[in-house]
Design a protein around this ligand. Sequence first.
Ligand code: FES
Length: 156
Amino acid sequence: MESSMSVDSILNKWNNEADSLISILLDIQSEYNYLPKEALITVAEILNIPLIQVYSAATFYKVFSLKPRGKHIINVCIGTACHVRGGERIVDEVKKKLGIDVGETTRDKLFTLETVRCLGCCALGPVVLIDNTYYSHVTQKMVGAILNEYKKGENK
Ligand code: FES
């Protein structure tokens, strides 16, 4: 983690109150896209609560991640229906375009690639979900253009 400034200011924003632990963790997660270990240690120290308490909150809620995550989470469906329509080829194309494997995050922390077994809209397969946006009938050709939309969004 480059600086603890941000964590300090988040703690300040919540008046260093242990009652605001979840809100503090949510703010840290939105700042870093995950909960860095150093941040959790700082939170425990400043709030004067046991580190285990901070970790239990951080692991209890699915919204939190203890591993570095990208700003955008790409979920490629490899459930049966998407698989038969070429879901794996989409996974390969995303891997190739981003230079990462499933479960990894790009160096610029823009994307994390994950796979999922059925997103519940099988007729639209292959389906890719990026954050809250669904892409249907995705082809290998479409992958580059879709990813570029997110990269462009960064330069605005
Ligand atoms: S298998 Fe992909 S949405 Fe169901």
